[in-house]
Design a protein around this ligand. Structure first.
Ligand code: ATP
Ligand code: MG
Length: 90
């Protein structure tokens, strides 16, 4: 029960676009426990959707580690946003 169910450790994601590299989120670290309700809030473009997509395994990430339950991956799917996202626990 003490161990987080979802753990992001130093996760970063960039997108390659025609006009260059977009840094979507940088060095995101976050622990979420089983049954815990967490909201990710922040200004448009700060990387909220990107974080959710990485946690869901829908898109790769550049660095860091995402652990869900006993399964962890690194540098393939998910970092929190230096651009202003923050997480609110309820
Ligand atoms: N597929 C993509 N290709 C290139 N850049 C992207 C892509 N998806 C998101 N981005 C860029 O990454 C950054 C973070 O986008 P993201 O959609 O995660 O933000 P958001 O916090 O969910 O924004 P919003 O509140 O508007 O939904 C933005 O600069 C966005 O333009
Ligand atoms: Mg979004």
């Amino acid at each position: 029960m003490n161990r987080p169910h979802i753990r992001l450790q130093g996760v970063s994601k960039t997108y390659q676009t025609k006009s260059g590299v977009v840094e979507a989120c940088t060095d995101v670290s976050l622990d979420i426990r089983q049954s815990e309700l967490v909201a990710i809030v922040g200004p448009s473009g700060c990387g909220k959707t990107t974080i959710l997509k990485m946690v869901a395994g829908l898109i790769p990430y550049n660095s860091g580690t995402i652990t869900i339950g006993d399964k962890s991956g690194s540098s393939s799917r998910t970092r929190l946003c230096s651009t202003g996202a923050m997480c609110c626990r309820t």
